[in-house]
Design a binder for this molecule. Structure first.
Ligand code: AMP
Ligand code: SF4
Length: 463
């Protein structure tokens, strides 16, 4: 990738969304759902609730769901229909004006909007709108989508304006809109980010992950299709298409790292997927060792799979302090290094004088792996063989997973041998792309960060 015009830090937001229609005390249910989506975003969250008076009330702020929504705050958000959002931290998008849901006032009334994913032609569309005098409150490209919806909104209703907006935008979006007491939920035509719908008491719920549907007490009905707009109102669920050419480009990293293991993505359970990657990793790279250790938490399922397939015992060689935030939230490299030590401790009696297979889901910058290998060696491990339950991550993501620019990706500039030396392992092996697809039980996924084959045009960024 040559000189990029757009700063990736500006572009990238990792998020989760949900919506509820027709359920008493919707905000209380939404709170449970947002907590279940907390892994998708810990920097900020918000709820927009449509009250019995049809007024939209919004509460949002920086912090975890339980901090932004103390129990008593939920009763100040009465209503049976709402949308919610959690956002992941990135370095340059910390302003309050970027916290969702957004509320936009249009000719057809005020509506609320929340979004997961990244629009790749945002700069082009924004520039042309600004030329025509439009003002934006935030630096988030999600606001752009909301703006386009508001521009097109008229007496004909919202379906047409949401479809028109979706048609102008390219990239990844799983979006929820609350307008006139009706809930709208829409996925981009590629299907990068998940979004599912469930039945909840007398009403319905939608959420980025099925674990949030479960947490809210909803019964899973189906996934919203790529290119589909679902409208949930007094007549139940209605389905429209904003694109006739849906693709099947679910983000592979949702399966590998991002989603919760108890979620099902397009019919495939995430834990089961990860376990299969572990089994396939053994088929592709059978390494003799005393024990298998998974990097907690995201790699425990893959480690289980490797252990089962190889017969090498699975051990708990590393312990994670869950009260320390993810290392990626530390913008400076030095702090990130420290973060790993605060976050992870080896169990000396388990690893001492052992040859071990260390399974991680991915190597992005290389910092975490290097630190973990060092921790294990300091604790007496004799050999550390690093096995990665995904292919070599070498290309930046433009669709909403924050892994940094290509100069920060160790796989973009280093060979496997060089990476192995950098992290200080005895050997390093990756899963093949073919095995990744096999584990997902499907024929296509977005695997652009491994292959460099992006499903969309990249507009501002040079390939
Ligand atoms: P590193 O190689 O230091 O960049 O860190 C790799 C670790 O970060 C792996 O253990 C992954 O579980 C985790 N990881 C992978 N992708 C992401 C992401 N987008 N955000 C935060 N952590 C990630
Ligand atoms: Fe996911 Fe990678 Fe595709 Fe981004 S490029 S959507 S991280 S698979």
């Amino acid at each position: 990738m040559k000189g990029q015009r757009i700063s990736l830090d500006e572009l990238h937001e990792e998020c989760g969304v949900l919506g509820i229609y027709g359920v008493e005390d919707a905000s209380h249910r939404a709170f449970l759902g947002l907590e279940a989506l907390q892994h998708r975003g810990q920097q900020a969250c918000g709820l927009a609730v449509c009250g019995p008076d049809r007024r939209l009330r919004i509460r949002k702020g920086a912090g975890l769901v339980r901090d932004v929504f103390p129990e008593e705050s939920l009763s100040t958000l009465p209503g049976d229909t709402c949308i919610g959002h959690v956002r992941y931290p990135t370095t340059a998008v910390g302003g309050r004006e970027n916290i969702q849901p957004f509320s936009i006032t249009s000719k057809a009334g005020t509506f609320a909007y929340a979004h997961n994913g990244n629009i790749v032609n945002a700069d082009e569309i924004k520039a042309s709108l600004e030329e025509h005098g439009h003002l934006f409150q935030s630096t988030s490209d999600s606001e752009l989508f909301a703006h386009l919806i508001g521009m097109g909104a008229n007496a004909d209703g919202w379906v047409r304006s949401i479809i028109a907006a979706a048609n102008q935008l390219d990239g990844a979006f799983s979006t929820v809109v609350l307008a006139g007491g009706i809930l709208y939920a829409c996925r981009d035509k590629y299907g990068f980010r998940p979004l599912s719908v469930g039945r909840l008491e007398g009403g319905y719920a939608v959420a980025s992950e099925t674990c949030a549907l479960n947490a809210m007490g909803a019964e899973f009905l189906r996934d919203i299709e790529p290119g589909e707009l679902v409208v949930i109102g007094p007549d139940g669920i209605q389905s429209y298409r904003h694109s006739q050419h849906p693709g099947r480009y679910m983000c592979a990293m949702e399966f590998i790292y991002f989603a919760r293991p108890d979620s099902d993505i397009e019919g495939c359970n995430v834990h089961a997927f990860r376990k299969r990657t572990g089994r396939l990793l053994f088929e592709e790279h059978p390494v003799p060792a005393d024990i298998v250790v998974g990097v907690p938490d995201s790699s425990l399922s893959a480690a289980m799979g490797y252990s089962e397939a190889s017969g090498i015992p699975l051990e708990r060689g590393l312990l994670k302090n869950i009260y320390v935030a993810r290392t990626f939230i530390q913008p400076a490299q030095s702090l990130r290094d420290l973060g790993v030590r605060m976050k992870m401790s080896p169990i000396r009696s388990v690893v001492e004088s052992k040859s071990l297979i260390l399974i991680d889901d991915s190597i992005v910058r290389g910092t975490t792996s290097r630190q973990i290998v060092r921790l294990l060696r300091d604790a007496g491990a004799r050999e550390v063989h690093m096995l990665i339950a995904s292919p070599k991550y070498a290309w930046p993501c433009f669709y909403g997973i924050d892994t940094g620019t290509s100069d920060q990706l160790i796989g973009a500039s280093h060979t496997e041998q060089e990476i192995c030396e950098f992290i200080g392992a005895d050997s390093l092996h990756y899963l093949s792309e073919q095995a990744l697809l096999q584990a997902s039980c499907r024929t296509t996924l977005c695997t652009a960060c491994f292959s460099g084959h992006y499903p969309t045009a990249l507009y501002g960024a040079d390939e």
